[in-house]
Design a protein around this ligand. Structure first.
Ligand code: ATP
Length: 135
């Protein structure tokens, strides 16, 4: 079994899609190990997105992720990292995410793509430690 960090980003929380995302995670067969509403400060945002430092969209990304509460979760199951990325859909909600995925069903713009899921075992380990240090 494997763990991944999932975020419902401020657009997803603001649009009332928390229940929908949690429901899809549960229906897939994945388990919630931690779940919390969080206000993200600039320092946490910078650490979470450190790999994007220097990219043209970095500042917008930090502004966006700190613009309102997020729901952070640790999700567990066999191949949880790939399984959540499958139900999330590709980064671009129109060009990459298939209909039936969270982003494919509810998203229009790359920046406002509703959810985050760790992209590798290494990222998952780092991100879970960052968001849930006591876990
Ligand atoms: P996440 O890390 O949030 O799960 P991802 O792994 O699908 O997303 P990344 O390439 O790691 O995608 O990009 C991280 C986030 O940065 C994206 O989810 C999106 O919100 C934002 N982003 C990526 N590319 C762009 C872009 N060209 N313009 C604006 N925002 C972008």
């Amino acid at each position: 079994s494997e763990r991944t960090l999932v975020l419902v980003k401020p657009d997803g929380v603001g649009r009332g899609l928390v229940g929908e995302v949690i429901s899809r995670i549960e229906r897939k067969g994945l388990k919630l190990v931690a779940l919390e509403l969080r206000h993200v400060d600039r320092a946490l945002a910078e650490q979470h997105y450190a790999e994007h430092d220097g990219k043209p969209f970095f500042n917008d990304l930090l502004e966006f992720i700190t613009s309102g509460p997020v729901v952070a979760a640790v999700v567990e199951g066999p191949r949880a990292i790939a399984a959540f990325r499958q139900i999330a859909g590709g980064t671009d909600p129109v060009e990459k995410a298939a209909p039936g995925s969270i982003r494919g069903d509810y998203g229009l713009e790359v920046q406002y793509n509703l959810v985050h899921g760790s992209d590798s075992a290494e990222s998952a380990g780092r991100e879970i430690k960052l968001w849930f240090p006591d876990l």
